[in-house]
Design a protein around this ligand. Structure first.
Ligand code: NAD
Length: 471
């Protein structure tokens, strides 16, 4: 699908891949293998709606099986098309490589507007989609593991897991066929907010780099940074919330019905409450309304976080963007036609394939939990607390000094599931950012996106070469 006579989404991904690949010296055949989509499954099935039956289109694309299972979200949207699913599947491959999650990339989608259907219909659609994937071996803990994306959430993932286990009653690992499930269905604590929290960790890491901030005219550190967030769904809401808690000022928020702006700051929770009550983000106390939601992207701010959909920033609006940093919460929000303009304007783009990788990182932890059949922290928490308690009392005896009850409790605390998930996520985001930042320094003049692609291509190419598939 073409956009304004420019590139399709998948062509954008390929273009970014090629920009990076020219800095590397891998054989052309190997690079071709990495960038192609390996398996594309397009299917249709009937959905009953009242007295009518409509036939809906659905896809699952497995971009690369260099590591298994493949992994990627399922999107419900009227705009879903094959090119988009291919692009998102490819991005998943590179994303997993960037954050060292040992999966290949995949993506799925159903071309529906989920708001048009009630919960029963959505359940039937989701279960039918899952059944079609099962029939073709396009889902399974070691094959392909979906997750939520735009328009889907924990509820849909629970239906998929339940359908899979009904078809595979003897499969003890069946919960690992999908991630992003509710906790009661084998989900993991921290998955719901993981992508937004990852966006926060990534931006925090980027703004700590003194030289990089100097180059774009910003003070290092998060405190007081003015933020605009587009999209208040899973990614956008959590990103806005964690950035606010981290000391940033949320000056603009955009949803599809419009946007609001207050240079003194918007209280994210209060805006969410207002939207729930009035069904609109507009007319929030003290804020200015922007009727055209796209205008939010051009607001005065330090950091713009597009967290709704792809292709929001194009050659058309890029010249008017005032942010110094674009933190890509969504997948593909910047069209390749905008990249050169942003680079000339010295706007730093923290790319999607790194910045929104928190979701797949914690999905990986959920998959591990499902295969282990034990909650993380369950085996070691009490043991750690007892050992640390013994160390503290030995030190107290040796020094003759004693700590307060609260101090002792803090020092001897063992890690629970949520502590381990957050610690793993934070470490992953910090390590990956520094890898990309290092590559950007090595290859002078490249963007963070090209650096992230170089990082991903290098890791994937090595895994093919070490298998001996390519000479
Ligand atoms: P979501 O459905 O929870 O939220 C998307 C939000 O964007 C909705 O509130 C929707 O109303 C809003 N929106 C739609 N069109 C808009 C517009 N024109 N302007 C402003 N807001 C608009 O979806 P999500 O899971 O938060 O996903 C958002 C993006 O993040 C997608 O690109 C997705 O691929 C990407 N992503 C999601 C995850 C995840 O874990 N959910 C992980 C990685 C990447």
């Amino acid at each position: 699908m073409k956009d304004q006579g420019t590139h399709s989404f998948f062509e954008d991904v390929v273009r970014n891949f090629d920009l990076a690949a020219k800095h590397l010296s891998y054989p052309a055949g190997l690079l071709q293998q990495i960038k192609e989509c390996n398996s594309i499954y397009h299917f249709k099935f009937p959905v009953q709606s009242g007295d009518n039956v409509e036939v809906v289109s659905a896809w699952r694309v497995e971009h690369s099986q260099h590591k298994l299972p493949t992994k990627g979200g399922i999107r419900y949207s009227e705009d879903v098309n094959e090119d988009e699913v291919m692009a998102l599947a490819a991005l998943m491959t590179y994303k997993c490589a960037v954050v060292d999650v040992p999966f290949g990339g995949a993506k799925g989608g159903i071309k529906i507007n989920p708001k048009k259907y009630n919960a029963n219909q959505l359940q039937r659609i989701t279960r039918r989609y899952a059944a079609e994937l099962i029939k073709k071996n396009f889902i399974g803990p070691g094959i392909d593991v979906p997750a939520p994306d735009y328009g889907t959430g924990e509820r849909e993932m629970a239906w998929i897991a339940d359908t899979y286990s009904a078809f595979n009653p003897m499969a003890i690992d069946s919960a690992a066929c999908v991630t992003g499930k509710p906790i009661s269905q084998g989900g993991i604590r921290g998955r719901r907010e993981a992508t937004g929290k990852g966006v926060f960790f990534g931006i925090r890491e980027a703004v700590q780099k003194v030289d990089d901030m100097k180059a774009i005219g910003l003070k290092p550190g998060l405190h007081g940074k003015k933020i605009v967030v587009q999209g208040l769904g899973n990614v956008g809401y959590h990103a806005a919330k964690f950035l606010e808690e981290g000391g940033c000022v949320i000056v603009g928020l955009a949803e599809y019905e419009g946007a609001i702006y207050n240079p003194k700051g918007l209280d994210v929770e209060a805006v969410m409450k207002h939207r729930k009550e009035t069904k609109s983000i507009l007319n929030f106390k003290g804020a200015k309304n922007l009727k055209n939601t796209m205008d939010a992207l051009e607001l005065e701010c330090d950091i713009l976080v597009p967290a709704a959909l792809e292709k929001q920033i194009s050659h058309e609006n890029a010249p008017r963007i005032k942010a110094k940093i674009i933190g890509e919460g969504a997948n593909g929000p910047t069209g390749s036609d905008a990249e050169d303009i942003l680079q000339k304007k010295k706007i730093m783009v923290i790319p999607d394939m790194y910045l929104n990788a928190g979701g797949v990182t914690v999905s990986y932890f959920e998959w591990l939990k499902n295969l282990q059949h034990v909650r993380m922290g369950r085996m070691g928490k009490r043991f750690t607390e007892t050992s640390y308690g013994q160390i503290i009392s030995t030190i107290e005896k040796m020094t003759g000094k004693s700590l307060s009850h609260i101090e002792k409790e803090k020092l001897s605390m063992g890690a629970d599931e949520i502590d381990l998930v957050n610690s793993g996520l934070e470490d992953t985001m910090i390590v990956a950012y520094n890898q990309i930042a290092e590559i950007r320094k090595q290859y002078k003049g490249i963007t963070l996106r090209t650096a992230a692609f170089i990082n991903a291509i290098d890791k994937i190419a090595k895994s093919y070469l070490e298998l001996g598939i390519f000479p």
